[in-house]
Design a protein around this ligand. Structure first.
Ligand code: BGP
Length: 491
């Protein structure tokens, strides 16, 4: 058995993490533009008032894809990419979100990028909102919890569907929409809700969450569900060829032991992390246990029930065409308070003794990808796509410039093998876009040191470097994987 014909092999990126040109050609500021750099032990500072002078913000230059897109897409084409996932920054098209006419330079920039993809037969997969929101909208409306934002964003989505009709067919509405529920990170990155003052964003450390209002968070998420559902309907009306998907941060959560308490706890976490958003976007309604979750989290249940009732039809009529997700790791959960805790991207949990972790503490679990694919396909029965998967690692160039990243090849190979087993089990899988196909800024820590790419970019955590691109060993390996449609995974 093998991957289906036309399987979309490729790579994934996000505008705010690699595009740069943060104020080029009329672009407005966006929320990530006020988030400083950091490291695994150094929190990223968010400066809600705006950009502070003489301060390093990694999104400002990214890896300057804005000026290197031809060179970079040519490299993707050389690897044989069938698909390239990228995002549009709303603030490049509508700098403050509300201009009556779009910023033409921004519109043309994305058109040129899509045309460049077309030149090589690469299918763009476009995320309309990847941890990005015009800063002006956050300042004026407070973020996604304000209902006025729905129409403003839907107008932007509508514009993109019309403008890029014929060039783009695969769309995603909100990246990792379920991250909106992660306190702090989700409010800022996901929902554009800013802290009142400078704030240290860090993972695995105690953040001050006193400014977070859980009702705003859940209302904001609901507004995104509504905006996404409206976008799905508009996209279909504009072009029946359009395929619009959801995007969930996928996390397989295992019970640490067979203690029924642990099993129930794992089920609860799976619901909360994965199915709360997935169910609304794929089934068009909140799951039955949503109310219990709202109560537990201290959310105003009456408000949520009113919203769910009012928007019932929109949500039902705007279910997505396919389900996409990111997958990096799995977690284990225990009801025993003494169980050791684990570092992780947005998920925490206890250490799984059967798994190794990456240098950043993310537990490497290829079989968890198969488990997740099969579970989600059983649940929703719609096509799936893995739109992020990869290994963040420290790559050290040799004296001759070569980069031997066998660890990355091992990681990808083992995940692709498990993905293939899921396909053999009947999962309808459209494609696989490896995360960070070219080195880019880490979303969680703001580092360059945490590299994912097949292509190395000469830039460090402080923003120094020539931005020169070079191929890692994994470049030729992935080229062969694509050329054989996943049959040859050998070194
Ligand atoms: C996902 C995000 C991406 C990406 C990835 C890797 O959560 O959708 O934007 O960054 O994680 O995470 P990190 O960059 O923190 O290593």
């Amino acid at each position: 058995m093998a991957f289906p014909e036309g399987f979309l092999w490729g790579g994934a990126t996000a505008a705010n993490q690699f595009e740069g040109g943060y104020d080029a050609d009329g672009k407005g500021l966006s929320v990530p533009d006020i988030i400083m750099g950091g490291a695994v032990d150094k929190p990223r500072v968010v400066t809600p008032a705006g950009v502070r002078p003489n301060t390093y913000y990694p999104s400002h230059e990214g890896i300057d894809f804005y000026h290197h897109y031809k060179e970079d897409i040519a490299l993707f084409a050389e690897m044989g990419f069938k698909c390239f996932r990228l995002s549009i920054q709303m603030s490049r098209i509508f700098p403050t979100g509300e201009e009556s006419a779009p910023n033409q330079a921004g519109v043309e920039y994305y058109r040129n990028v899509f045309l460049e993809c077309q030149k090589y037969g690469i299918e763009p997969l476009v995320t309309l909102s990847h941890y990005e929101f015009p800063l002006a909208l956050s300042h004026k409306y407070g973020g996604w919890d304000n209902e006025k934002v729905i129409d403003i964003w839907v107008r932007y989505a509508d514009f993109c569907f019309r403008e890029y009709k014929g060039l783009v067919k695969y769309w995603l509405t909100f990246n990792e929409i379920n991250c909106g529920m992660m306190p702090g990170f989700g409010d800022i990155y996901g929902l554009g809700i800013l802290p009142p003052n400078d704030w240290a964003l860090s993972f695995g450390h105690d953040n001050d969450t006193s400014w977070i209002d859980i009702n705003r968070t859940f209302h904001g998420l609901h507004n995104q569900f509504v905006a996404s559902a409206k976008a799905v309907q508009i996209a279909h009306a504009i072009d029946p060829q359009n395929m619009v998907g959801c995007m969930i941060a996928g996390n397989a959560t295992y019970p640490y032991t067979c203690n029924p308490d642990d099993v129930l706890d794992a089920q609860k976490k799976m619901r909360e992390y994965n199915f709360y958003c997935g169910d609304v976007q794929c089934r068009g309604e909140y799951p039955g246990w949503a109310k219990a979750l709202w109560i537990e989290r201290g959310v105003d249940v009456e408000m949520m029930e009113d919203l769910a009732y009012r928007d019932e039809e929109v949500l039902l009529n705007g279910v997505v065409d396919y389900y996409t997700f990111s997958y990096y790791m799995s977690s284990a959960t225990s009801t025993d308070p003494s169980a050791a805790s684990l570092g992780g991207n947005i998920f925490s949990g206890v250490k799984n003794p059967y798994l190794q972790a990456s240098d950043w503490g993310w537990q490497i679990d290829p079989k968890g990808l198969r488990y997740y694919l099969e579970m989600v396909y059983d649940r929703y029965q719609i096509p799936l796509m893995v739109v992020e998967n990869g290994l963040g690692a420290v790559d050290v160039p040799e004296a001759d410039g070569s980069i031997h990243d066998g660890y990355r090849i091992d990681y990808l190979r083992s995940h692709i093998q498990e993905m293939e087993k899921a396909v053999d089990d009947g999962v309808d899988l459209l494609g696989y876009t490896m995360w960070g196909c070219i080195d880019l800024v880490s979303a969680s820590t703001g580092e360059m040191k945490k590299r994912y790419g097949f292509i190395y970019v000469d830039k460090d955590n402080e923003g120094n470097g020539t931005l020169a691109r070079s191929k890692k060993d994994s470049f030729d390996w992935y080229k062969k994987v694509i050329a054989t449609n996943g049959e040859d995974l050998s070194d």
